[in-house]
Design a protein around this ligand. Structure first.
Ligand SMILES: [Zn+2]
Length: 150
C-alpha cells in the first residue's frame, strides 16, 4: 500500500497544554487520541513516516496540527491503521470518541479529525475502519517500520 487513508493512535501520558499552530493553545487530557489523515499526495505513505520522525524528535519542522501534539515529550504514537480507500472524513467521523474542535480538518468540512478517549480508543478506531472499508491494516509502530521498510 503506497497511498492510504491512515489513523494514528497516540497515547498522552499526562495532561499537557500545547500550542498547535494557528489553533493556539489547547489543553489535552491524559489518555488516547486518534488522528485521521490522508496520504494520497506525492510521496504517499511517506507522510506517515514523517509524522513518526517528528514525534520521535528526528525531525523538527512541524507541518500538520498533529505534529504539535505528537512531538510533545509525553506523547507517543502507538498504532497505525491504514486502508487504500479514500475515506478519511468518514473514518474520522465514525470513531466513537470526543472530537477536538477544528483539529486537522483545514482541507475539509468536518468538525475535527482528532478524537479523544481516556481508554479503549484502539477498539473504537478498529470499529470505524471495519464499518467503512472492506480491508484495512493495523500495526504497532515498530511493526509498521519493519513492514514498510522505514
Ligand atoms: Zn474531514
Amino acid at each position: 500500500m503506497e497511498k492510504a487513508t491512515y489513523t494514528l493512535l497516540i497515547k498522552l501520558s499526562s495532561e499537557e497544554t500545547v500550542e498547535v499552530g494557528s489553533l493556539g493553545y489547547i489543553k489535552f487530557n491524559k489518555g488516547f487520541y486518534s488522528y485521521t489523515g490522508s496520504a494520497f499526495g506525492p510521496g504517499g505513505i511517506k507522510r506517515i513516516f514523517n509524522h513518526i520522525k517528528i514525534s520521535e524528535g528526528q525531525k523538527t519542522r512541524k507541518r500538520w496540527h498533529i505534529d504539535y501534539l505528537s512531538s510533545n515529550s509525553s506523547s507517543e504514537i502507538k498504532e497505525i491503521f491504514l486502508t487504500s480507500e479514500k475515506e478519511e472524513c468518514r473514518i474520522a467521523e465514525r470513531i466513537d470518541a470526543e472530537p477536538i474542535q477544528s483539529f486537522g480538518c483545514s482541507d475539509c468540512k468536518c468538525g475535527s479529525h482528532l478524537r479523544y478517549r481516556d481508554s479503549k480508543l484502539s477498539e473504537k478506531v478498529r470499529e470505524s475502519f471495519s464499518k467503512t472499508t472492506q480491508k484495512f491494516e493495523e500495526y504497532r509502530k515498530q511493526e509498521f517500520k519493519i513492514e514498510k521498510n522505514f
